[in-house]
Design a protein around this ligand. Structure first.
Ligand SMILES: [Zn+2]
Length: 174
């Protein structure tokens, strides 16, 4: 690293006044980086040359630039905070009451397991509860169905009020 001797400082002043760029000056003086020249120019207060202010600014850490994203982030956080929480309770509705008999099949007494406890042969008819707390019928499924015989008939629905309600009930549970 070269010293800033009086001679070199004079050369710097001269070249700077001649309009050479910092990197050109660094090359000619030798042993200096462009930033070292700019730093010296700054300390000598030579930076009243046209276009130099810009060059020096480019090499000075800009606090403002770093702060802009922070402000934007704070604004977006504020937005998130004021957003109302989803009203899960509002989706809850009374469960459908199915008839005691579906054709000739008696309504089963539900075993009320949650989804995670369901076996693959358990009837998936939702009896009560919402979302993860939904309880299912859980009686053995009828052949080729996801439901026990009673709920298979309820799900098949083709006309009666209870059957249409059953179809709606299943869509809601899906
Ligand atoms: Zn069932």
């Amino acid at each position: 690293m070269s010293e800033w001797t009086e001679e070199r400082i004079d050369s710097l002043r001269f070249m700077w006044s001649e309009g050479l760029s910092a990197s050109e000056i660094a090359t000619r003086l030798g042993g200096l980086t462009r930033n070292a020249v700019i730093g010296k120019v700054h300390r000598l207060k030579l930076h009243n040359r046209v276009g130099v202010a810009k060059e020096i600014q480019a090499n000075t850490p800009q606090v403002k630039v770093a702060e802009v994203p922070k402000v934007a982030m704070a604004a977006s956080i504020a937005k998130v905070v004021v957003r109302p929480a989803p009203r899960i309770a509002s989706t809850a509705a009374p469960r459908l009451e199915l008839p005691e008999m579906m054709g000739s099949v008696l309504k089963p007494v539900p075993l009320l397991k949650t989804l995670v406890d369901l076996n693959k042969d358990d009837c998936r008819w939702p009896v009560n509860g919402e979302r993860a707390e939904t309880r299912f019928c859980c009686h053995a499924v009828s052949q080729g169905s996801s439901y026990c015989e009673y709920h298979r008939l309820a799900a098949k629905g083709s006309g009666t009020v209870s059957e249409r309600l059953a179809a709606r009930e299943l869509r809601r549970a899906a």
